[in-house]
Structures are given as structure tokens and as C-alpha cells.
Design a protein around this ligand. Structure first.
Ligand code: CA
Ligand code: CA
Length: 169
């Protein structure tokens, strides 16, 4: 009985350790919430992977997205209709951007540990032409007070940049 319990605990500990190592290998962050981790980005340049485990003590911050620049649209003809998600909640858009056009965003959302910024191009939004995921930028707590930072979205043949900064909260 006691032996079984001990074994079970040991096995669980091994599994936990393996999970922490796997997380650390993907992205070096000091802390993160496993439940807040987004799935991998929609494209090659979409952004990093997930963060490690962590508790409720992960640093809190506010992500302020300053601007969005479109180098190359996803749509083949005419402008894209880009919109942005912060931690999977839409906070801006649709806008309308064509090649080499930019727009001021000036919107913010709160994060803790890590946060995700996702860019989509709106299409029909349903079958047979779902909105296109163009990538994910991962924001980490160590970006607080680092001034204006740049993130790239390069999913689906498109090319976008955002400028953002991260304030303590
Ligand atoms: Ca599209
Ligand atoms: Ca579109």
C-alpha cells in the first residue's frame, strides 16, 4: 500500500519535471500560466511557443499596441481586413490595409506571465472562406518597461509588423 503510493507520487513527479523541461525548451521565460498559453501561430514567422509553468504570482502587465503595418496583404486582390486578438479576445479591427500601409492602434489589454497577440484577416468568416490566421506574437513579462518593441506576423504569405510596449500593472 505505502509502496504503491510512493511509486505513484514518484511517477507524477517525473511527469511534472518532464513537462517543465519541455516548456523551458520552447521559450525561456521566468514564469507563465499554462492555461493562458495560445496554440502555435498560423505561419512560419508566427512567434514562439509556450512558456513554462507557474502560479498565480506571475508578473502582471498591460500590453499597449501602438500601430500595425502591412508590408504584404494576405488577400490576392485589394486590401486586407485585419483584426487583432489579445489573449484570444478581439480588441481591434477590422481595419483595412493594403501593401505598405499602416494604422495607429492605441489599444491595450492585460496579461500575466505571458500574453499573445494574434492577427487575422477577415474574409467570409465561415465555410468555405474562414478568416485567415496570420500569426501570433508572444509577449513576456520581461518586456515590461523595454520601450517600443516590434513583432512580426508572416502567416499565409502575408507580412505584417506591430509596434507595442508593455507597462507594469
Ligand atoms: Ca484572406
Ligand atoms: Ca480579407
Amino acid at each position: 500500500m505505502d509502496v504503491d503510493l510512493t511509486r505513484r507520487r514518484r511517477r507524477l513527479a517525473h511527469r511534472l519535471a518532464a513537462g517543465v523541461l519541455a516548456g523551458a525548451g520552447l521559450l525561456a521565460v521566468t514564469a507563465g500560466s499554462a492555461t493562458a498559453l495560445p496554440p502555435p501561430g498560423g505561419g512560419d514567422g508566427g512567434g514562439g511557443g509556450g512558456g513554462g509553468g507557474g502560479g498565480t504570482s506571475a508578473p502582471k502587465f498591460t500590453v499597449v499596441v501602438e500601430s500595425l503595418l502591412c508590408h504584404v496583404t494576405e488577400d490576392w486582390t485589394g486590401p486586407d481586413e485585419p483584426y487583432l486578438l489579445g489573449n484570444n479576445v478581439r480588441f481591434w479591427g477590422n481595419g483595412s490595409l493594403n501593401n505598405e500601409q499602416s494604422v495607429n492602434i492605441d489599444r491595450s489589454f492585460d496579461g500575466q506571465g505571458t500574453a499573445s497577440i494574434k492577427l487575422y484577416d477577415a474574409d467570409l468568416g465561415a465555410w468555405p472562406d474562414y478568416d485567415d490566421p496570420l500569426g501570433t506574437v508572444i509577449v513576456t513579462a520581461d518586456q515590461v518597461n523595454q520601450g517600443t518593441l516590434t513583432g512580426e506576423f508572416k502567416g499565409d504569405g502575408a507580412s505584417y509588423e506591430i509596434e507595442y510596449h508593455v507597462d507594469p500593472r
